[in-house]
Write a protein that binds this ligand. Structure first.
Ligand code: TYM
Length: 324
């Protein structure tokens, strides 16, 4: 199957991004035709610093590689280097209703968060995302739960295009790992873990060991003392159990059993040890890529070359079908 996904270079990758998306990419790249991009054109729809954007793109490329993205097995590239993304976005933009864009949850959230910067790009964000996905005729889109609505938008756009202009796009499925698709903030487990939220609630994939321990030990838990998965009444502990389960690959009921009668502090301390040990592998790899920027840029360019071949074919077909 063809697969597309991306992350915005807006700051470090946190364990939510990793568990919700990139962790899935690593297994998908083994048996699928995968395209994994750095969504720089999406990153500029919210306030950003043009002097540091390039560093953030490089940092994200190093992160992908450190987490296990293998450029031999997929096309790994910077979105803006394949100009067909914006070309297809324009074409798709002419067939989707504005009302649908205005109803998108992320648009409403971001427009409230950055009142001074509600630009047309932010409104059109889902169109570019649909173009990213459809450009490669992707059948699957591995994402966290917060992106489900955007993938549904891409599905609608594909259906509409096929109906109006003739069969062209497969209808893409969101690939969501239910248990890890919605990692919540450690400080406020009713909100998702996010780069722009409270930093105490967010663990970066390259976070220092001491800081990981501090954040886990002070994570919000609930009254009561039982270590039990209960999303209604015990959001904090349920979130920590999901993180534990995702990193240890042990099912939640077995973890609950292991900690029966034990205190939150003991469970948290073990979770901190687990995270520190799992994330240490990534830190070592990161260092080796950092020392070798030419290698990283070379991989990105090769990935873009590969992506362009598919992208050009789709654009030709779409233009011809649209009568251009
Ligand atoms: P971004 O950069 O906000 O997030 C990257 C990926 O991480 C997932 N994610 C989470 N998963 C679980 N728990 C969380 N707390 C959490 N926070 C973030 C997101 O669901 C996402 O999968 N619009 C996209 C980037 C993009 C894209 C695309 C994705 C651009 N074009 C085409 C798929 C297909 C975004 O904002 O990701």
């Amino acid at each position: 199957m063809k697969i597309f996904s991306a992350v915005r270079p807006t700051g470090g990758i946190h364990i939510g991004n990793y568990l919700g998306a990139i962790n899935q990419w690593i297994s998908l790249q083994e048996n699928n035709d995968c395209y994994f991009a750095i969504a720089d054109l999406h990153a500029i729809t919210t306030p950003y610093d043009q002097n540091t954007l390039k560093d953030k793109i490089f940092e994200l490329a190093v992160t992908y590689l450190s987490l296990g993205i293998d450029p031999q097995k997929c096309a790994f590239f910077i979105q803006s280097k394949v100009r067909e993304h914006t070309e297809l976005a324009w074409l798709i933009g002419t067939i989707v209703p504005v009302g649908e864009l205005q109803r998108m949850t992320q648009f409403k959230d971001k427009a409230t968060q950055h009142k001074e910067y509600v630009n047309a790009g932010l409104l059109n964000y889902p169109i570019l995302m649909a173009a990213d996905i459809l450009l490669y005729k992707s059948g699957g889109v591995p994402v966290g739960k917060d992106q489900k609505q955007h993938v549904e938008f891409a599905r609608n756009a594909a259906e509409k295009f096929n109906k109006q202009f003739g069969e062209c796009f497969p209808i893409p499925e969101p690939l969501i790992e239910e248990k890890q698709a919605n990692i919540m903030s450690l400080k406020d487990p009713s909100k998702k873990m996010s780069k722009s939220g409270d930093q105490k609630g967010c663990i970066n994939i390259f976070e220092e060991d001491d800081s990981i321990r501090k954040k886990i030990m002070s994570a919000e838990t609930d009254t009561g003392s039982e270590i039990k998965y209960d999303l209604e009444n015990k959001k904090g502990i349920s979130n920590l159990l999901s993180i534990y389960s995702a990193f240890s690959k042990i099912e939640i009921p077995l973890i609950e059993k292991k900690y029966e009668g034990k205190k939150y502090a003991e469970f948290k301390s073990d979770l901190a040890d687990l995270l520190i040990s799992k994330l240490s592998e990534f830190k070592e790899k990161r260092y080796s890529y950092y020392k070798n920027p030419d290698l990283v840029y070379n991989m990105l360019e090769k990935g873009a070359e590969k992506a362009r071949i598919e992208a050009k074919k789709t654009i030709e077909e779409v233009k011809q079908k649209m009568g251009l």
